[in-house]
Design a protein. Sequence first.
Length: 290
Amino acid sequence: MRHPDPNFGYPSLSFAEHERVLTRLKLKPSKSFLRRGAYVLDSHIDAVSWDDAISRIAAWSARHQSRYVTLCNVHSVVTASQCTEFNAVLSQADMALPDGAPVAWALRREGFAQQQRINGPDLTWRYLAVAEKLGQSVFFYGSTEDTLAKLLSRIRTEFPKLRVAGAMSPPYRALTEQEDQAHVNLINQSGANVVFVGLGCPKQETWMAAHRGRIQAVMLGVGAAFDYHAGTIERAPAWMQKAGLEWLHRLASEPRRLAKRYAVTNTVFIYRMMKSALLGQPSRRKEESV
């Protein structure tokens, strides 16, 4: 099954991939996964295949485990390198995936030669197809009412049997304790297995970390995925995605908002990676059971 949007360079799960994921989930679930990866700047990023990432999310969500998954690009790893609190948020994630192509390339440099980019928009679409087959329900938290309406309309067309537990566009201001608890109650009472969080970095990662243990579902921080799938933001063509230039397309689309961010984060990332290569710093790979 191919992605319905030809601009997407990473198609949704093929029939064979679906079957592999479903076969894994029919087996007796293990108590833990072997977490493998390496540090990119100062953040540990998981080296994991699409199959493994989706299987882990599916296994956790089937048991309504309260976990969160971050999707890390250049902006997030640079931000984490400059902010101790945000670095702790990424380090405590149950899975930190290489969303940006340069982050995936950094993992390949650390010895994970087959590492692919696992990005928010494509993870969203792939997992919706899996959730539909598994009978899981999903919740969408973030963005605007207009974007959510367009997103849900498209999802109903593409995944007619998918159980959508609900959707909410929270206010951009800070929530009161009462408002926050009301949102938590709404999500939990919906019975959602997975909550897609589209609040933007670093807000969505911070929100997920603060709500682990409170929201009984797997939270996925998928960034601008809501806008891409709703059609409110045009995604870069496939060749730019594969070349690691999706950031350039976004910059051209939103120069006023993103110019300063990319000027700083891209420069810091390139400098740190070149410095590491020139100094021949030792690999910082890591394995642990989670």
